[in-house]
Unconditional design. Structure first.
Length: 164
C-alpha cells in the first residue's frame, strides 16, 4: 500500500474545496446574519472528522479543519445568537463515492462488492449507505431550532458506524 502523499497542487485543491470554501462562505454571510439577528451556519463535514481512513490525508486534514472552524465560529457567533453546527455523514452513494469503489478494488482480492461490504459499510449496523435524505433531515433539525441550544455541535449520520 502506498501512502497518500499527493502533489502540493492536489493537496491545495482539496483544502480549498472543503475548507477554504467554507471559510469564504462564512465570511460573506456572517455580517448579514449578525446585522439581521437571524440565521445560522450548517457545515457538511464527514465521519472523517473523527475516523481516519487510508488514502485520504488531504481530505482528512480538511475535515478536521472544518471541525475547528465550526467551533470557532460558534464561539464568535454565540453572542449574536448565530448557531453553527456540523453534519457528519458516513458514506453517501454519490458520484464521488462511486468513483472510489474501483480505486479500492485495485487492492488484492477485493471485488467492487467487497469494497462496499468490507470497507465502506463494514462498521455500519445495517450495511446501508447514508442517504441524501438522511442528511437533509438533520439539516432541517438544525435549521429549525429557534434557540442557540445546539451550537458548535456535530451530528454523525452514519448508521451506527461511529457509535461509542
Amino acid at each position: 500500500m502506498m501512502l497518500d502523499f499527493r502533489s502540493v497542487a492536489d493537496w491545495k485543491e482539496i483544502l480549498a474545496i472543503h475548507l477554504e470554501g467554507a471559510f469564504l462562505a462564512t465570511k460573506a454571510c456572517l455580517p448579514h446574519m449578525q446585522k439581521s439577528g437571524r440565521g445560522g451556519t450548517i457545515y457538511t463535514d464527514s465521519v472523517h472528522f473523527n475516523e481516519a481512513s487510508v488514502l485520504k490525508s488531504a481530505y482528512m486534514t480538511a475535515k478536521h479543519g472544518l471541525m475547528g472552524l465550526c467551533k470557532t465560529v460558534a464561539k464568535e457567533g454565540g453572542k449574536y445568537r448565530i448557531p453553527v453546527n456540523l453534519i457528519c455523514p458516513g458514506f453517501v452513494r454519490t458520484a464521488l463515492v462511486k468513483r472510489q469503489i474501483p480505486e479500492q478494488v485495485r487492492a488484492p482480492n477485493l471485488s467492487a462488492e467487497d469494497v462496499v461490504r468490507k470497507v465502506m459499510l463494514k462498521d455500519t449496523l445495517d450495511r446501508e449507505f447514508t442517504t441524501v435524505q438522511d442528511v437533509a433531515q438533520v439539516a432541517l433539525l438544525f435549521a429549525g431550532l429557534e434557540t442557540n441550544s445546539l451550537t458548535g455541535q456535530s451530528l454523525v449520520v452514519c448508521h451506527g458506524w461511529l457509535m461509542q
